[in-house]
Write a protein that binds this ligand. Structure first.
Ligand code: ZN
Length: 356
């Protein structure tokens, strides 16, 4: 008997049922599955860039690499984590390469580790930075020092669009690409500083904002830790010990675990929200790889925004109702606000259903 290609594939009832159930299983699986939690660990400096001045013989690039490797070792013990290092040995990396590693991995977190220095050798303590305007000149100077590595890179004028790390205008003029992630970054930074304060002999200098190039160019929650001052002979000697490098890593690790629990429960809540109703309708307004805070200013003023993680994408919805008429009006409103491609989606018991 002759079967055309079309007949044999599309109208084979067993195959159709098989494909249909595969489709359902695939969707259900995607709906609730949790991808690995990707953490990029960035040991500052390396290779021809030793980091901060080392008049007491402590080398920033070596200390931060050991902290980074200890931290990665702890995180790798949990199978649900994926650790990506910007460097695992003494090599030079451009700032742009560090940000690119994190962005290409589509990481969930970016942790940059550094040590501080200051001309006054009595100054000590740890501080954790998130991206922002430098509130004062000292914060500007720290960002400037960490950004200055750009001068060691060839063709920096071309690669960084004439970004001059010595110009306050350049840094203050930064638009906050990281704005969406600022709340999450601050949450993690606070937790790191609290752990340092409570468990280590490090003075807590607090969570601060400044214009670090690497933080500005990563598309995920990102923090930069200045673990302590190698310009202070006592603190430098402490930071240079295996014990300090292990303890600091452990306290960063604990903060990441706490952050991750909050992050994952947030996703589960947003997924399960749909499971309690029978059929509901929403207006899908956007889909993105980025996890965007559900604030109305991120959605052209629309309120009642919900988010669903589906595979590698976050889908963003406006409004929820079991009434199609109600949701049709919301669709018109979303389009009038500029979401021209918005459309209505239906959910049955938490699973997106076809409305055709
Ligand atoms: Zn540094």
């Amino acid at each position: 008997m002759f079967y055309s290609y079309r007949n044999s594939v599309v109208f084979n009832p067993i195959l159709t049922i098989y494909l249909f159930s595969f489709f359902l299983i695939f969707n259900v699986d995607n709906f609730y599955s949790q991808e690995k939690f990707k953490i990029v660990i960035d040991a500052g400096h390396g290779g021809k860039d030793p980091g901060k001045p080392t008049e007491f013989g402590f080398t920033e690039k070596e200390i931060v690499l050991k902290i980074a490797l200890n931290l990665g070792g702890l995180l790798e013990k949990d199978d649900s984590n994926e650790v990506i290092y910007t460097r695992k040995n003494d090599v030079f990396l451009k700032l742009r390469e560090r940000a690119a590693i994190a962005n290409n991995a589509d990481a969930d977190l970016f942790i940059s580790i550094h040590c501080n220095s200051f001309h006054d050798t009595k100054v000590n303590g740890s501080e954790t930075f998130v991206l922002g305007m430098h509130a004062n000149e000292r914060n500007f100077n720290i960002a400037k020092q960490e950004n200055e590595v750009i001068f060691l890179e060839e063709d920096f004028e071309i690669e960084y669009d004439n970004f001059n790390p010595n110009s306050p205008e350049n840094l203050i003029g930064l638009t906050l690409m990281q704005e969406d992630y600022l709340d999450q970054s601050i949450l993690l930074a606070n937790s790191i500083q609290n752990n340092f304060k409570n468990n280590l002999n490090l003075k807590n200098r607090g969570v601060k904002q400044s214009g670090f190039w690497v933080l500005h160019n990563t598309y995920m929650p990102s923090v930069l830790i200045e673990a302590g001052f190698i310009s202070n002979p006592k603190e430098g000697a402490y930071l240079n010990t295996n014990k300090a490098q292990k303890d600091i890593a452990k306290n960063i690790y604990d903060a990441i675990v706490e952050y991750k629990e909050a992050y994952i429960s947030d996703n589960i809540i947003s997924n399960l929200e749909y499971a309690n109703s029978n059929i509901t309708y929403k207006v899908q307004i956007a889909a993105s790889k980025r996890k965007i805070e559900l604030k109305s200013y991120n959605f052209k003023g629309l309120r009642d925004i919900s988010r669903l993680k589906s595979g590698r994408l976050y889908k963003y919805y406006y409004s929820t109702s079991s009434s199609m008429d109600f949701i049709n009006n919301k669709l018109k409103l979303a389009k009038s606000k500029g979401f021209k491609n918005a459309f209505i989606v239906g959910f049955e018991n938490g699973i997106q259903i076809s409305l055709d």
